[in-house]
Design a protein around this ligand. Structure first.
Ligand code: RDL
Ligand code: RDL
Ligand code: RDL
Length: 154
């Protein structure tokens, strides 16, 4: 049985943790999921690390970045932290981030969050369950999360 970690925040304005949990359960019926909710994005790296220490084969984090320059700096440090966790543990930590300035209208932000969380949860299951070659068939296809696919150029 595979173990997945789901880390989300109370800062987020969409419950992306629920979306990720639902999607993982649907995609992989032989799995256990541990959920960890933290206040904000800078708390994600240690929570991801703790879920890996607990035995997660892979983790998905779901963060929401505010509109200010300060928020963007917070995300940069978060991203470096999440990459460090991956390098230190040799486990995937799939980083779902919605930047509040990606859209003006709340409905569009919800749509981006739902699409990105769902598609990346599927990516996590594929990487964890099916390994290095799981995305090989999609290489160079211009896939996007949160938007329609950009598509391949050649
Ligand atoms: O450890 C407590 C907080 O420092 C931590 O939760 C931060 O991630 C909170 N936070 C900021 O301090 C900030 O300036 C967040 C953001 N911006 C942000 O854009 N998104 C967050 N948290 O989830
Ligand atoms: O862990 C899942 C994603 O966070 C990760 O695959 C990112 O590299 C995806 N990504 C972005 O989030 C982004 O803002 C990418 C780009 N920009 C980019 O320009 N090129 C990418 N990925 O390959
Ligand atoms: O081409 C439009 C978008 O793909 C581009 O603006 C990306 O940078 C948007 N984006 C993020 O900002 C992000 O934090 C993406 C991701 N994460 C992601 O995981 N996958 C994306 N875009 O396709």
């Amino acid at each position: 049985m595979r173990k997945y970690g789901v880390v989300d925040t109370t800062f987020s304005r969409v419950n992306m943790g629920d979306i990720a949990e639902r999607t993982i359960k649907k995609e992989d019926n032989d799995c256990e999921i541990k959920r960890y909710t933290v206040p904000g994005i800078k708390d994600l790296p240690v929570a991801a690390k703790k879920l890996i220490d607990w035995g997660s084969d892979g983790v998905i984090t779901l963060g929401w970045v505010g509109r200010t320059q300060l928020d963007k700096y917070s995300y940069l440090s978060t991203s470096i932290g999440l990459i460090m966790v991956q390098i230190l543990t040799s486990k995937h930590v799939i980083d779902v981030t919605v930047h509040e300035d990606e859209a003006e209208h709340p409905d569009d932000l919800v749509r981006i969050a739902e699409d990105r969380a769902t598609k990346h949860a599927i990516n996590l299951v594929r990487l964890v369950r099916d390994g290095e070659s799981s995305l090989r068939g999609y290489a160079g296809k211009g896939l996007r999360q949160g938007y329609r696919n950009a598509g391949e150029l050649s």
